[in-house]
Write a protein that binds this ligand. Structure first.
Ligand code: ADP
Ligand code: MG
Length: 237
């Protein structure tokens, strides 16, 4: 689903952290919000999810204006860097949770959980508790839980930050594979330019609450519009 943000402004304690932002996330694309710490990436994500309210502006999910809706009434899937799995529930129950809350029928829950577990390659782990899983496995569970109710948009806030280098490489391609297989519209928040370039269809570079350039990785790299953008993309390993 296309997500669009119009004339979005957000202030914390008299400091403007997002300044009149306009951003359209296209249906089915994976878009990176890339920029240095404190530039407003998470604030933007939290606003799409409904955790933060906009001071000013409009947020559309497709044709629907969701600006005034609380997060429970928006169909979003969220994954943070600490996966926030429920330690006392097994993997099946963790993934099922968004459907259990919604009081879906037991047979439907069973079918949907097994389908998303197969897609995320964790079918063998459904009886385990989060404490018995590796970091990569926990992240797969968090992704499955975020996707199980087929959200309008998948929001990923620095999802790879807590993984070691080898696992981070593996999970980059796994998250991208899962995004492409589901066709879900996704936003990846990261301060890692290689992550953004290798995983996303387009990159929006942010600086102090503004988007300074939005382009495909190749166009951004070959044609940076400002020295800030060039500096940010300039040194891929
Ligand atoms: P990023 O995710 O790009 O690192 P954030 O969106 O978390 O940046 O933060 C943007 C700015 O807003 C920072 O200066 C941060 O200190 C400030 N900020 C974020 N959340 C709050 C809050 N709840 N209260 C006050 N200031 C906040
Ligand atoms: Mg952040």
């Amino acid at each position: 689903m296309q997500i669009s943000i119009r004339n979005f402004t957000k202030t914390f304690d008299a400091t403007t952290v997002i300044d009149d932002m306009n951003l359209t996330i296209r249906d089915g694309e994976m878009l990176a919000l890339l920029g240095p710490s404190g530039c407003g990436k998470s604030t933007t994500l939290f606003t799409i999810s409904g955790i933060h309210r906009m001071d000013k502006g409009q947020l559309m999910f497709g044709d629907r204006d969701v600006s005034g809706l609380p997060s429970q009434k928006r169909n979003v899937g969220v994954v943070f860097q600490n996966y926030a799995l429920y330690p006392h529930m097994n993997v099946f129950e963790n993934i099922a949770f968004p459907l259990t809350v919604r009081k879906d029928a037991k047979a439907d829950i069973d079918r949907e959980v097994r389908a998303i577990a197969a897609l995320t390659h964790i079918s063998e782990l459904l009886e385990r508790r989060p404490g018995q899983l590796s970091g990569g496995q926990q992240q797969r569970v968090a992704l499955a839980r975020a996707l199980v109710r087929k959200p309008d948009v998948l929001l990923l806030d620095e999802p790879l930050a807590n993984l070691d280098a080898k696992l981070r490489l593996e999970m980059r391609s796994e998250i991208r594979r899962i995004q492409l297989e589901t066709g879900i519209t996704a936003v990846l928040v990261t301060h890692d330019q290689v992550e953004a370039m290798s995983m996303c269809d387009r990159i929006a570079i942010m600086k102090k609450g503004e988007i300074v350039q939005i382009d495909t990785p190749a166009d951004m790299y070959s044609n940076p519009r400002t020295s800030f953008v060039a500096g940010f993309l300039g040194n891929p390993p």
